[in-house]
Design a protein around this ligand. Sequence first.
Ligand code: COA
Length: 228
Amino acid sequence: MHDLSLTIKELLKKIDPPIAAALGHVDLSLPLPPPVQFLSAGEKVHLAALCAVKRRRQWLGGRLAAKEALIELFTGQREQWQITNSADGRPRANFLPDPERFRADISISHSHDLAVALAVAGGYACGIDVELMGMRPHRLRERFSKRTEDEIIARLSPEKGYTMLWCAKEALRKAIRPMPGFFDLELFALAPQANGYIMDFSLGPKGPFRCHTMLYKGYGVAVFINKH
Ligand SMILES: CC(C)(COP(=O)(O)OP(=O)(O)OC[C@H]1O[C@@H](n2cnc3c(N)ncnc32)[C@H](O)[C@@H]1OP(=O)(O)O)[C@@H](O)C(=O)NCCC(=O)NCCS
């Protein structure tokens, strides 16, 4: 069994020039530490307004994963990092003791029992997405996959192919501004790599945009990092 952080570190090494980045991941099937031990005061207020049990758990898991990544990348205690969401939902990291000290972009994703977060330092935007591998993305493929992409994806099983395509497009959408629609992005190349695939996308005249996807404990995971 491979470790997700190690796999992503291996992937990050392939990006030139080298980028300082870190990954956090939380197994939501296990008990989480008490929120009081890792949330900032502002985050505790936000948590109090979340009622649905599943949403609370995924929100907490995402925060914990993001803080793990930020501490590995920079420094600090969990409660010193505050994760807020901007008006469009995008997560932002603030180091409360010294808000000007670190520049980072973060991305969060959760699916079933897995929450993940990616943090990258200065000058880059990042997107991460996880999705439990299954037939759901295949059933919903008409909402996000073009016919030309169906032909490329046909090299993989429908389950794996559409889960990976979904994750990759979500990871790109989280990092690119303005946020592209699913059909604005077009997969044009797919190449196998350890535990997953390299997927290259175009976005009109822009691109190519390279997304690294992989399999991890029955989940599809996609990671995308883009220079600002
Ligand atoms: C953002 C989006 C890609 C999330 O994907 P998803 O597969 O549903 O869910 P995931 O678990 O993978 O990701 C959820 C996380 O994405 C992040 N997120 C939400 N909106 C985001 C955005 N606009 N950009 C980047 N990241 C975003 C959040 O951190 C969220 O977790 P949190 O609420 O616990 O902090 C999807 O919901 C989407 O397309 N939303 C439309 C956004 C939009 O058009 N907003 C305009 C309204 S003003």
